[in-house]
Design a protein around this ligand. Structure first.
Ligand code: ARG
Length: 250
């Protein structure tokens, strides 16, 4: 009974948040970013065009989303690191091979993580740095930042040349479950959002960061910056063992 009351009050909270007018879709709602502030960010590219984001795990390993790698051929993939622009500067390194999580499901985006091995090591420096994986799961309300070269408006087809960042908050999993169909949001997912702010198409695979640690990987969402739905990220805390093991063995 108490559970029901809690559920109902959360539901009415979610309902009231739906009544606000829909903000303009615009990394939606973000600002241009300098790679020096996000030196772990890379652009994953297919035949030299930006495909997805990713994060530097060490000088030879990149962490990204499984759905970015699905049905791809490693020989057509490269990454650009160390630049605020996806199409110039920094360094470009080809992909040697990649591995997708064994339990990744393209139907429901569960375990949306993969690791990439580069053909040669990245020249680490102030603009090219690994990011540590979180060892705790951040609670709802925790401030987080997401970066990427994804579209700045839902439905847009042109990517911003310069990296964008946007500040979000972690969304409590139960709230997120109530926004989506209850069983869509699994414990290996973590939600984040803010009014008029979100990641969007082209940001996938990129980093959701709390206190300089990787807590999420851009995965999916209903539209972008919808007032009704949070963005959904692969939950690094739950996937961290897989990432560490496969970064070593790939
Ligand atoms: N799947 C998208 C991509 O491939 C990312 C979508 C993120 N959506 C969101 N509303 N946060 O780039």
């Amino acid at each position: 009974m108490i559970k029901l009351v809690i559920l109902l009050s959360i539901f009415s909270y979610v309902r009231s948040s739906l009544l606000f007018p829909k903000p303009e879709g615009r990394i939606v709602g973000g600002l241009p970013a300098d790679i020096l502030n996000y030196p772990w960010q890379i652009s994953l590219q297919h035949i030299e065009s930006h495909l997805c984001g990713g994060s530097i795990f060490n000088d030879k390993i990149i962490v990204t989303a499984a759905h970015c790698l699905k049905n791809m051929n490693a020989s057509a993939l490269q990454i650009r690191a160390g630049s605020s622009f996806w199409n110039k500067d920094g360094v470009v390194v080809k992909v040697a091979k990649f591995k997708i999580h064994e339990n990744y499901s393209s139907k429901n985006y569960r375990n949306d993580v993969g690791v990439i091995r580069l053909i040669s090591p990245l020249p680490l420096g102030s603009n090219i740095q690994p990011i540590p994986l979180t060892t705790t799961e951040p609670a709802g309300g925790t401030p987080a930042v997401v970066t990427g070269w994804g579209v700045t408006e839902q439905g847009s087809t042109s990517l911003p040349p310069q990296l964008q960042y946007v500040n979000l908050n972690i969304v409590n999993r139960l709230i997120c479950k109530l926004q989506y169909k209850l069983f869509q949001i699994k414990s290996n997912m973590i939600c984040a959002g803010a009014k008029g702010k979100d990641s969007c198409q082209g940001d996938s695979g990129g980093p959701l960061v709390v206190n300089g640690e990787l807590v999420g990987i851009v995965s999916w969402g209903e539209g972008c910056a919808s007032p009704h739905y949070s963005g959904v990220y692969a939950n690094v805390f739950k996937l961290r063992k897989w990432i560490i093991k496969n970064a070593e063995t790939i």
